[in-house]
Design a protein around this ligand. Structure first.
Ligand code: GLV
Length: 320
């Protein structure tokens, strides 16, 4: 019997075809809903190999119970959904999809910045609701993006590409990161700031850090209070990096001007989520990497890792 590769999401168009000589493929068949957690756990225990997406939580508790799982590929660059420490202890290889989604995610980050600055979602809603009644000098006005100060928190590959886009808008770009990025400073003309200085100086803040114990609620009540009242914050990282309750309060109380988020603590986010009731908040359903070209490239990264494993080559895109 061939070993089992469990794909815990729906992968269309027989894209895993080329793995069939090596494994029996089992796949979640619902293209609309994510696989429920109990079923994921049963799949993890049955699998020799596992192919996952961000909503699938692969916890230490389930990894510790596996007896034959050898490798996990995650169809994402982030891997906070997998307890990599527990995987490492069990000798399980984990791979992700670096680089191929950086440009596309930087595009979305910048699009959300523009959307928030120019109140595009709220203005479109007004139009749909028949509230565009005439041309008003100061009606539907947002704020300029060009020549403003952008603060990037988390200066990895995506951060650098956001900085590149910002330079086309003549923005002054500050960044904060665990370590200085001197090469990026030179290449993109970005300037390092402490977190607090960046919060106080930036007109727009884009959050791009991975979610770890250290970055959980990196943007909390105190951080939001340091921002300018005219500033906007954009989260394209993970829901837990920004304290959603504190963000709601800051937006309602006018402590900041606007926010946009591609990510939420609970995904899919409930339509009753308080943030969704605010005109100065733009939500997106976690579409940072969601273009056909990029998703194809991400699938390819994972397929390359599997094929390397099954043909005894060195495995690319390893996280551990
Ligand atoms: C998406 O969120 C990713 O980490 O690739």
């Amino acid at each position: 019997m061939k070993p089992i590769l469990w794909i815990t999401f729906y992968l269309p168009n027989d894209l895993a075809e080329r793995l069939k000589p090596y494994v029996t493929i089992k796949m979640w068949q619902d293209d609309i809903h994510d696989m429920p957690q109990e079923e994921i756990e049963a799949a993890v225990l049955e699998a020799d190999y596992l192919w996952t997406i961000v909503p699938n939580q692969i916890t230490a508790a389930v990894l510790n119970r596996t007896t034959k799982l050898k490798m996990i590929t995650n169809l994402a660059v982030g891997f906070n959904n997998i307890d990599v420490e527990a995987a490492k202890e069990k000798g399980i290889i984990v791979t992700n999809t670096p680089d191929v989604l950086s440009e596309t995610t930087a595009d979305l980050a910048f699009a959300l910045l523009m959307t928030s600055a120019r109140r595009m979602l709220d203005n479109a809603k007004q139009l749909y609701q028949g509230k565009w009644l005439g041309w008003q000098v100061f009606g539907m006005t947002g704020t300029d993006v060009h020549h403003k100060t952008l603060g990037i928190i988390g200066m990895g590959a995506i951060g650098e590409l956001v900085a590149k886009r910002a330079s086309g808008f003549d923005m002054n770009v500050l960044y904060h990161n665990r370590s200085r990025k001197e090469e990026a400073e030179e290449r993109y003309g970005v300037t390092y700031r402490s977190k607090n200085d960046l919060l106080a100086e930036a007109d727009f803040i884009i959050v791009l850090t991975p979610l770890t114990k250290e970055t959980h609620h990196l943007i909390d009540r105190e951080a939001l209070a340091m921002m300018k009242r005219t500033a906007h914050i954009i989260n394209v990282a993970r829901g837990g990096v920004v304290d959603e309750e504190a963000l709601y309060d800051a937006l309602v109380n006018g402590e900041i001007a606007g926010a946009a988020s591609d990510v939420f603590v609970e995904e899919p986010v409930s339509t009753n989520h308080p943030l969704l009731s605010l005109p100065n908040f733009t939500p997106m359903p976690h579409i940072g990497s969601a273009t056909v070209e990029t998703r194809q490239a991400m699938v390819q990264r994972n397929l390359d890792a599997w094929e390397a494993y099954f043909t005894n080559q060195s495995i690319p895109y390893r996280v551990i």
